[in-house]
Design a protein around this ligand. Structure first.
Ligand SMILES: [Zn+2]
Length: 133
């Protein structure tokens, strides 16, 4: 009698274990499929995108704020534009394209001025070593 009872309980455990594995697989597939994608028409709302670990992340062109992937919906992006940058709400796509181009130019110029050459850095380290000695 005891053997019969234990066998039955083991089967239940196995069934439960397989169900939880399936449930976890379903959650994984749901999470991976829920990643929202960037659409080019979001540029008219003032958003570009940056690559993130979960998926593309919306990036505000005006303030540079990076939102989560779940906020990659036209309604949420519009709400950001209207509530935070109301004065730009009625601007057209060309305005945001120009703004994005200018930001890219600024970034490259800044990187060029800030970057120290390798030889200069090596010389600095050598001088610091001599001073320390
Ligand atoms: Zn913004």
């Amino acid at each position: 009698m005891d053997k019969f009872v234990t066998k039955r309980s083991e089967k239940k455990v196995n069934i439960l274990h397989s169900k939880t594995e399936k449930h976890q697989q379903n959650i994984k597939t749901l999470k991976s499929s829920k990643s929202r994608q960037y659409n080019d028409c979001y540029l008219s709302i003032g958003f570009t995108w940056r690559d993130g670990s979960v998926g593309p992340l919306p990036l505000c062109i005006i303030c540079g704020e990076q939102l989560s992937n779940s906020a990659m919906a036209p309604v949420k992006l519009k709400r950001h534009l209207i509530t935070k940058h109301g004065q730009f709400a009625k601007k057209d796509v060309e305005f945001f394209k120009r703004l994005l181009k200018n930001k890219d130019k600024q970034t490259t110029k800044f990187q060029a001025t800030v970057k120290v050459s390798d030889k200069t850095q090596e010389a600095s380290f050598l001088v610091a070593e001599l001073v320390a000695k």
